[in-house]
Ligand binder design. Structure first.
Ligand code: SF4
Ligand code: SF4
Length: 155
């Protein structure tokens, strides 16, 4: 469904000045969160959890919480959606090196397990959380804008 919407409306969505500007802004915020996730050690803890300790929290079925408009937003951001899952026991969007999505659901961004809270210094976690907050706010606003566009043009 997301691919269909993208092939029909992708060009028009990109030409919308507000969506284009906010998509660029969101890409910058997502990169900033990703840099902080790496520098704080969170990315590495999650990698060890997935590769050495028997599997991360990205379990099978979580992909069902993703609607077509949020996936459409991911396509606008340049994400490549996999046709088949990398592993039957994991979320459809968990690739070889982590999540393949750019704009993730708030649940995915927000969740940090006890291991993360016990291993990552609080100051670093605070900086990451602050960046995640800005990222989530803009994902919410842009997701609503994309949903509004699709509703207006398809109903
Ligand atoms: S948040 Fe916790 S459970 Fe999820 S991948 Fe990272 S370390 Fe593993
Ligand atoms: S972070 Fe990505 S791979 Fe993990 S559960 Fe969420 S969508 Fe799936």
């Amino acid at each position: 469904m997301a691919r269909c919407l993208y092939s029909k409306w992708g060009d028009e969505l990109r030409r919308d000045p507000e969506i284009a500007a906010r998509t660029r802004e969101l890409s910058t915020l997502i990169k900033a969160s990703s840099v902080l996730s790496s520098s704080s050690g969170v990315t590495n803890e999650c990698r060890i959890c997935e590769e050495e300790d028997g599997g991360s929290c990205c379990g099978a079925g979580i992909e069902d919480g993703y609607g077509s408009e949020l996936l459409l937003l991911n396509l606008l951001l340049g994400a490549v959606l996999p046709g088949v899952a990398n592993s039957a026991g994991s979320c459809h969007f968990l690739g070889e090196t982590g999540c393949v999505l750019h704009a993730r659901d708030i649940l995915c961004i927000n969740y940090m397990c006890r291991r993360i809270h016990e291993t990552i210094p609080p100051g670093m976690l605070f900086a990451l959380r602050k960046a995640n907050g800005a990222e989530m706010d803009l994902i919410f606003a842009l997701h609503e804008r994309v949903k509004g566009f699709i509703r207006k043009n398809t109903l």
